[in-house]
Design a protein around this ligand. Structure first.
Ligand code: DC
Length: 335
């Protein structure tokens, strides 16, 4: 059995409004929780003392909730609390995680679940963005989007079609018809290029530099940013990239800029690559990281830059766990 919580407010104490808002609240709870009528055991209401014209329980019956037990009660009048408010608890025989619903002025009661959490995590290559993002996404049960994977897919498409990533004209032609999709399997992002899963291929070391080059063109950024905003729209999510806080989600509630010295980043990348069987020596990787930093920071459109309102984290001497704890703490303090 699970308890689903919810609340709504009315603008005036009248029967019609109570019926409408109670019906709206219960139907949203039913749809969002995929509830079958038989799964609902009982619905308990409480309302503030300024509601006197109709029982919310009666409104529920009239909204079509016939087979469960219904109950209404009065709440104590607490100074400073919401007025004209109806709270509900639906007890249902389900195993799934409940989705709680707060509507109208009652949204302010549970900002943690009614406001989407958008986290922008920017920073240079090898700063640990994707590892940290994956952990945060899992802990907060929110979507993770690795935007770099999309630019990597663009680079792969150019490579496969023998197009020089610097050649804006030819890149533009191929990008026009590119089909990039992001899917999730067991919570892991899969990057689909023209119907093919390229999640592994785009991690090849030679793709990194090409992705940086191809991402400098306006036509590429324009298309990818549109796709990224579509994926992020209306959901709680963490996006990692170079321009999330400055360009993709400028209104993100939380912005972080994760960095580390080039040497530390090259070292991390080397270990990561070695594990995947790509053997690159430290000096080559360090050179590449510095070149990529320069290219990403100095391009004309949406260069890598810390957003003015982003919190900078230098992870050179921090473990992944320490970075995650810092981000989590910052978020918890604000919600
Ligand atoms: O994060 P990554 O290494 O997978 O990114 C590959 C390249 O893609 C990076 O060097 C620059 C580009 N990129 C970008 O321009 N904007 C983003 N939001 C993400 C990546």
């Amino acid at each position: 059995m699970k308890a689903i919580r919810g609340a709504t407010t009315i603008e005036a104490d009248c029967k019609e409004q109570i019926k409408e808002r109670v019906g709206e609240l219960l139907n949203k709870i039913k749809v969002s929780n995929l509830l079958e009528e038989e799964e609902i055991v009982c619905i308990l209401f409480s309302n503030t003392k300024d509601i006197n014209t109709y029982y919310p329980a009666k409104a529920a019956r009239e909204a079509g909730f016939f087979s469960c037990a219904l109950y209404s009660s009065l709440e104590p009048q607490i100074e400073g609390s919401l007025s004209l408010c109806i709270r509900v608890m639906v007890l249902a025989e389900i195993e799934r995680k409940p989705v709680h619903i707060y509507l109208h002025e009652a949204k302010s009661l549970r900002k943690d679940i009614t406001e989407n959490i958008n986290i922008a995590l920017d920073g240079p290559a090898g700063s640990g963005k994707s590892t940290v993002s994956k952990i945060i996404a899992k802990k907060l049960d929110i979507l993770y989007l690795d935007t770099g994977a999309m630019y990597r897919a663009c680079a792969l498409k150019c490579l496969e079609n023998a197009i020089d990533c610097k050649d804006e004209k030819n890149v533009s032609n191929i990008i026009e018809s590119i089909d990039i999709k992001v899917e999730y399997s067991n919570g892991n992002q899969q990057t689909i290029l023209d119907g093919k899963d390229v999640s592994e291929t785009i991690r090849r070391p030679e793709i990194s530099m090409l992705a940086s080059t191809v991402s400098s063109h306006f036509c590429v950024r324009n298309k990818m940013v549109e796709l990224q905003r579509k994926i992020a729209n209306g959901v709680s999510c963490i996006l990692d990239g170079r321009d999330i806080g400055t360009n993709v989600l400028p209104d993100a509630r939380f912005k972080f800029y994760l960095t580390a010295s080039p040497e530390v980043r090259a070292h991390r990348r080397m270990e990561e690559n070695n594990k995947k069987g790509y053997n690159q020596d430290f000096e080559t990787l360090l050179e590449e990281i510095k070149k990529r930093d320069f290219q990403d920071k100095n391009r004309k459109f949406a260069p890598l830059r810390k957003a003015d309102d982003a919190i900078e984290i230098d992870s050179s001497e921090m473990s992944i766990e320490q970075v995650v704890t810092f981000i989590e703490k910052t978020i918890q303090e604000k919600i």
